[in-house]
Write a protein that binds this ligand. Structure first.
Ligand code: 3H9
Length: 700
């Protein structure tokens, strides 16, 4: 786990705990004894702590947090980390960290406990604990502000955002930046010129200015104002920093321990830790272990609408050369222009260098000819959502592509078995369903049909990861995983309108539940016409879901399809996406209510939330029952990443588990009695104990 060697009078401690050098209790123990050994070794004049040339460590092993039994155990965990890092800082001989890659959380805390830091040019530093719902528990809240000052420290601690090597040097977080291969040598040189240890806990130059400190806290308060009450870590972080500055470094460490224990006690934190592992599990397939993925050296995208453009954009960001095809030359040009504008914007914002943007654009080849797709390793189809149109694309692609090429479809709802009809080699057809905007959204559903080969699946999963997406592997059935659950939710929002709930009250209830936006504002953004098209496929496959509300149907007929038309459920002013009252829509809603004898304002926020959320919960159980998802936890992680379901609630099924499955079943039975078969409980829920056991195993 930790190699100890001595050369030129310097002890080199190398973390070697693949794959990511996650820090466990035993690694901490080894670190402590190695430091003691170096302290007492007369040949040793200094210590270098390092990892690989390209990677140092991913911080604390998050698995540890799952095992924490209660507050005392949490305090003990934090204390053990702090004591081990304290021993590094207290070493009698100077210690330098020689670090590379993405230093997250405990990895950065370890580096900060060293007396000097040298990093490689590509290194990135972050404290992502806050995204897990915890505070840094290994001294990070204390040492970071002593190294970079409270303003920058609080920004990093509260946002979890990374800074690069150049910025780290500017801020004084590192002492030197060099190529990865020189790390250890440069660290040795730094030690040679050092006049003994330089202990971070004793440094005060960045925290002396009381006025600047207060300004930093005032800035932090603004960020805290936006945090939901369920998530306590941000406030705890600020309190720990304040204690450390107002009292002492040691008091700050104690505040960290206490804060860590309090965070670990909250359901929101446990849910986020559960999702950390759920997310990492969902691209893994038990039955394709022996299939070797083919390397994707070049891809092609067919159809330059908004999805195709976004997919091509995602590919070039990750450095994959792509041929973009559309029958219509102006569509190809339009797509290319949209990508160029988006990259130029990032250059203007300073988020991308002009050279890199040019390099990315250089990876795109445009064409209107099928033959130009001949060399692609994977062709991703993103044409109009119509089975016949898609099948004609596959026929053309099969004519020109190599035997080994994978053919992926970005269909959001249509069964792959329907699309594969007429293909010569259906084993190479796979679904690759991106979410809009494809270059931003992290989730990709990888859909396996009956005929899809293991190699095709392995290659597609590999490509998804290579373009920095999180894939979830799902079985083929209309709507797959996310739309299967989310479309009924969107439809329910329109039913609620019919039943008398106000649009703003429906959206407000879901924002209060934790979604970034409500269902009606969201569908205005995505397009009501899209919902109507998707529903055609879905309601044929699932008649119990019921028809689309006549409100949505009428709005589409009148061209009120959402933001792109200036009006949907809400109205929008030119260039401004703030929702305003749409009187035409209100007229349609009033008529629909009158026809059904409903009056406005009868439904309160609890009833709105109950109907919307239980509609998702019930469908999620069907997704598990039909083995659309490989495991229940996949459903949770996919809904969080694909729809913005609040992560602090752990996902749809975790939420149901926390509500209690008996209560979920009773509520569904009641709603089915009132509102019909769409709330008819999934048979799995009636299985009681066996489902509870399964969820206890998979959703925890
Ligand atoms: C912390 O440090 C708290 C402290 O304050 C102390 C408090 C007391 N733990 O992502 P990859 C697994 S909180 C456990 O594919 P990459 C990952 O699941 C911690 N496992 O590699 C995967 O497993 P599998 C703060 C971890 O090169 C495998 O390693 N740190 C951890 O693309 C490979 O991972 C974080 O939140 C971990 N910490 O990216 C860091 N990290 O092979 C989270 C990874 O079974 N991690 N694994 O699928 C990352 O951001 C990325 O993994 C990293 C490497 C950028 C480091």
């Amino acid at each position: 786990m930790m190699d100890y060697s001595v050369s030129d009078g310097v002890c080199v401690l190398r973390l070697s705990s693949p794959p990511v050098n996650a820090i466990t209790f035993s690694l901490l123990e080894e670190l402590r004894s190695a430091i003691r050994r170096a302290n007492s070794d007369e040949q040793v004049t200094g210590v270098v702590i390092t990892g690989g040339e390209r990677h140092f460590s991913a911080g604390a092993d998050v698995g540890i947090f799952k095992e924490i039994a209660g507050p005392e155990d949490a305090v003990r965990t934090s204390r053990l980390f702090q004591e081990a890092l304290g021993e590094v800082e207290d070493a009698a001989k100077p210690v330098a960290a020689a670090v590379a890659g993405k230093l997250t959380g405990g990895a950065l805390e370890l580096a900060m406990a060293c007396h000097f830091r040298v990093c490689d040019e590509a290194a990135r530093f972050s404290m992502p604990e806050v995204t897990l719902g915890i505070n840094p528990g290994a001294g990070g809240t204390q040492r970071l502000c002593r190294l970079v000052g409270p303003a920058e420290a609080l920004r990093m601690l509260l946002t979890g955002e990374a800074i690069d090597a150049r910025r780290a040097l500017e801020l004084g977080l590192v002492d030197e930046v060099c190529p990865g291969r020189d790390l250890v040598e440069r660290a040795k040189a730094v030690l040679q010129s050092a006049r003994g240890p330089r202990r971070t806990s004793q440094r005060t130059e960045k925290i002396r200015n009381a006025e600047a400190n207060e300004a930093a806290f005032a800035e932090a308060e603004k960020l805290l104002g936006k945090v939901r009450p369920e998530i306590i870590a941000p406030r705890k972080i600020v309190e720990a920093v304040r204690t450390g500055l107002a009292e002492s470094f040691a008091a700050g460490l104690r505040a960290e321990q206490q804060a860590f224990a309090e965070c670990m006690e909250t359901l929101a934190t446990r849910n986020r830790i559960y999702l950390f592992f759920a997310t990492r599990g969902m691209g893994k397939a038990a039955d394709i272990g022996d299939a070797r993925p083919a390397r994707t050296a070049g891809a092609a995208v067919v159809g330059m609408g908004s999805m195709g453009t976004g997919i091509a954009h995602a590919l070039i960001i990750a450095g994959v050369p792509v041929v973009v095809h559309d029958r219509d030359a102006s569509a190809v040009e339009g797509g290319l222009t949209r990508i160029r504008r988006s990259l130029e914007k990032r250059v203007r914002q300073g988020k991308l260098s002009a050279g890199r943007a040019e390099g990315m654009l250089g990876l795109i080849t445009t064409t209107t000819q099928w033959r130009d797709l001949a060399n692609a390793d994977i062709v991703i189809e993103a044409v109009y959502e119509d089975a016949a149109v898609k099948r004609s694309v596959f026929a053309a692609v099969e004519d020109v592509c190599r035997e080994a090429a994978v053919i992926a479809t970005n269909t959001s709802t249509i069964s792959l078995d329907v699309l594969a009809e007429g293909m010569r080699r259906p084993e190479r057809l796979v679904g690759m369903h991106f979410f809009n905007p494809a270059h931003r959204m992290p989730l990709v559903e990888v859909i396996r049909a009956e005929a899809t080969s293991k190699r095709t699946i392995a290659t597609t999963l590999e490509l998804a990861k290579a373009i920095r997406k999180t894939p979830v592997l799902v079985r083929n059935r209309e709507g797959f995983l996310v739309n299967r659950i989310f479309v009924p939710y969107l439809k329910e929002a329109f039913w609620l309108l019919e039943d008398g709930a106000d649009a703003a009250a429906i959206d407000g209830a879901m924002v209060e539940f934790g979604f970034p936006m409500g269902p009606l504002a969201l569908i205005d953004m995505a397009g009501l016409d899209i919902l109507a098209d998707v529903d055609e496929v879905m309601s044929r496959a699932f008649p119990a879901h019921g028809r689309l509300s006549e409100i949505a149907v009428r709005l589409v007929e009148l061209g009120h399809v959402g933001q792109k038309a200036g009006a949907g459920v809400y109205r929008y002013a030119q260039g401004d996406y703030a929702p305003r009252r749409n009187e035409a829509a209100e007229g349609i809603i009033a008529e629909a209510r009158a026809r059904r004898g409903r009056s406005a304002g009868k439904l309160g926020p609890d009833e709105i939330t109950r109907r919307l959320v239980l509609r998702m919960v019930n469908e999620a159980f069907y997704v598990v029952e039909e083995a659309i998802a490989q495991r229940a936890s996949d459903v949770d992680a996919a809904m969080v990443l694909g729809t913005g379901f609040p992560d602090f609630r752990g996902g749809v099924l975790k939420y149901a588990r926390d509500l209690g499955l008996r209560s979920v079943l009773a509520q569904l039975d009641e709603l089915a009695g009132q509102l019909g078969p769409r709330f008819g409980a999934c048979p799995l829920l009636r299985e009681g104990e066996s489902v509870r056991l399964r969820l206890r195993k998979e959703v925890q």
